[in-house]
Ligand binder design. Structure first.
Ligand SMILES: C[S@@+](CC[C@H](N)C(=O)[O-])C[C@H]1O[C@@H](n2cnc3c(N)ncnc32)[C@H](O)[C@@H]1O
Length: 290
């Protein structure tokens, strides 16, 4: 399948997750981060900037019922297993609307769960009904293909890194499974905000923890390409997939171009032809072309 956007080390595909994943070579990806639909767009309300707003994220987030939603999660996770290298690993992010279905699919397919992480959002929106606790976390499941896989874990980078706003992480101590990270900051939304945009700090932590420089990181539901921006910043390669052209045009591609420009890569320079050739060679080398 032809990429919708390509640059050195980057491929973004416009299309359905299963179709695109099935077109990628087997065992070609080092790390997958997936932020699939939550299936929570049920016409309810939430609070944003002090105002009552719809919870609906988009057509793609409507639930089709428990059985159909489970089938969807089962199928994309199975397609991810085929493209992941034997020692690669997979992260899935979600709320209670979706994360149990994803966890059950992983168990049914024989994945080995390494950790589940509670991502705590101190600045989460308040609850309007005042009849329940305020939802202020997401769960992240980290899994490898099976118990024998030798997954990457950059233990020292996690233990000794600087984690700024995270008041649970004490300097020089092991990193625990509760991470304190705010929802995306204004500087991350200059092109507007994708309805479920993840913070760059979350993706940087995940990519740094579980991949190495030069690795290929795949995001099968890339939306505004937060994963791509973090991957480039950490010198990894990136493959993204999304079925909404508007998200790719408005958010993902401009954000990636900005990140490339920041790194002073030869984007849109006079040597465009040389770049084209490099991109083509790379497609074959990394198996990104059939
Ligand atoms: C929860 S959002 C991901 C947001 C992303 N993590 C970010 O930081 O911008 C899920 C994304 O999956 C896409 N999507 C939904 N169903 C899809 C499908 N069947 N194939 C490909 N993409 C899909 C949506 O368009 C949406 O952008």
């Amino acid at each position: 399948m032809e990429a919708y956007f390509k640059e050195i080390g980057i491929r973004i595909f416009l299309g359905d997750v299963i179709e695109v994943l099935n077109s990628l070579p087997e065992e070609s990806i080092d790390l997958i981060f997936a932020d699939p639909p939550y299936n929570l767009s049920n016409d309810g309300f939430t609070c944003h900037a002090g105002k009552r707003v719809s919870v609906n994220k988009g057509k793609w987030d409507k639930s089709k019922g428990i059985e159909e939603d489970f089938k969807f999660h089962y199928n994309w996770i199975e397609a991810c297993k085929r493209v992941l290298k034997p020692n690669g690993s997979l992260w899935i992010s979600g709320t209670y609307h979706s994360i149990y279905a994803c966890g059950f699919a992983l168990q049914k397919q024989g994945w080995h769960i390494i950790n589940d992480i509670c991502w705590y959002k101190p600045n989460a929106a308040p609850n309007l009904s005042c009849r329940m606790f305020t939802a202020s976390h997401e769960t992240l499941i980290w899994a490898r293909k099976d118990k024998k896989s030798k997954h990457t874990f950059n233990y020292n980078a996690m233990k000794n890194g600087n984690w700024g706003e995270d008041f649970i992480k004490k300097p020089g101590k092991q990193m625990r499974s509760i991470w304190v990270i705010n929802t995306p900051q204004n500087g991350e939304k200059i092109y507007g905000k994708h309805p479920t945009q993840k913070p760059e700090a979350l993706l940087e932590r995940i990519i740094l923890a579980s991949s190495n420089k030069g690795d290929i990181v795949l995001d099968p539901f890339c939306g505004s390409a937060t994963t791509g921006v973090a991957a480039l910043r950490l010198n990894r390669r990136f493959v993204g997939i999304d079925l909404e052209q508007e998200y790719l045009d408005k958010f993902a591609i401009p954000r990636i171009k900005d990140e490339l420009a920041r790194r002073e890569l030869p984007l849109f320079n006079a040597k465009a032809q040389v770049r084209e050739e490099q991109v083509r060679e790379e497609q074959v080398e990394y198996g990104l072309l059939p």
